[in-house]
Design a binder for this molecule. Sequence first.
Ligand code: ZN
Length: 73
Amino acid sequence: MARILLLLTIGVVLWAVLRGFFRSQARDGRPAEAQVEDMVACSLCGVNMPRSESKAEGGKVTCKDPATCRHAP
Ligand SMILES: [Zn+2]
């Protein structure tokens, strides 16, 4: 009887540890997915960049900083 209780205790502890491990992995995965940002291509120089570094002008996406745009005048 004592052996069965010991095995049950070990099983419950293992289940709790594995559950905590998989939950922490799921939590770690979410921020990485949230950080993924759309990539857009500059309509002037064709450079790909995150949307936050681009500028939409008249329906065209261009580099936010004209100095970094290779085709800037
Ligand atoms: Zn550009």
